[in-house]
Design a protein around this ligand. Sequence first.
Ligand SMILES: [Zn+2]
Length: 459
Amino acid sequence: MRRLKISIRPVPLVAAMAAATLAALGAAPAASASPPALPAPGLQETNPQEAATILIRAARLIDGNGTLIEPGNILVAGERIVAVGPAALEPPNDGFIDLGDVTILPGLIDLHTHLTDRVGTHWEEVLITTTPAQAALWGAANALTTLRSGFTTVRDMGPTWPYTDVDLRDVINAGVIPGPRMQVAGNYVSATGGAGDARQFSIYVDVPVVRNLADGVDAVRAAVRTNHKNGADFTKILATGAVLSRGLPPGAQQYSDAELAVAVEETNRWGRFTAAHAHGTEGIKAAIRAGVRTVDHGSMLDDEAIEMLLESDYTYYVPTLYVGVIVPRGGAALGVPEEQIRRSTEMMRYRNATFRRAMEAGLTVGFGTDAGVFEHGHNAREFQIRVENGQSEMDAITSATSISAMIMGWEADVGSLEAGKYADVIAVSGNPLDDITALERVIWVMKGGEVYKGARPAG
Ligand SMILES: [Zn+2]
């Protein structure tokens, strides 16, 4: 039986930013899916007629839709792209940046980061050893690191101190600090004793301001509503246990089908997506049946789950392979307890094999990493493992650009080098189609027409 397709699309990026700004100003929340189109401070829509026009010259470009174009020129006016490739050869421009023998690409997208997490502090220690202010300040530093490594957009899968990601997103959008464009989870929804239960301390200790546990359909519904009231862009729900947790094991389903269904139903009312953390097979299938947008990690996809994903035009698999390699190899240095390194080592048997079978089946996959478990800025290390496990270089790049933009509902604004989209552009030396690890060494970053790394316009 095929599940009914729900065609929910999040509000476009600019409108979402405007809504976030209104919320920050204490204005009444937008009542419908069409919030007032007020520009967010620092992200004013510039008039291409008046904005400075900059030509970027490069040997080649990869457009994010699977095409290599030579030479790789781009014309940018203000914060948007106005022409690409041959059309951008001889413009009347105010300045130029000649990058030489490089490949330019769309800014990369990571669908699974934890920007407010500090590497080395295990998340189950966060509530008793750190403060929300620390999470926000580390988040600011991590946002810049992530941006300068070439990731101009992220979907952040949640802080341990609730809503610090909402504040981080809002100050970036307001132009106060540099960082990637963000969609944030706010306060992930977890069952008691499950993957997102950070209260791994004495039962006589409590952190009254933190309430992220929800059990039963009514509590899950209330958690989703509270989350969106407080500024989340999507719902993150933990459908199964986790590797990096003292809670129930990763293979076990954590939420019932009914609880998952109500989370998705309530999130859809807000016109938003649900992302499900899911390792074990039954939890993955339950999340797909419930109608989540993404199955994150997806470590133990069996043939039936792959078939369900192939049939769906709504739900996508977002593997996180690098974290599954680095934790068994260097988990102790990352502050991961021994028992959880053991869980990760066990899960290694499944992760890469699952990805290979998904590639053989021709599954469309999003790009995620779990950065924050490992060093922020190392997100691009995910590419090489994907190529080693059967994805072509070009397909891996498309996954981290236009496909991930589509999964976020931001395909009109980011994810490819096309006229009309934000000028989120990066450059690497040489050609990543010959050596995918070139993406680990991004030499130039532009977001919204502003350079954050490397050469600035001359002219
Ligand atoms: Zn995660």
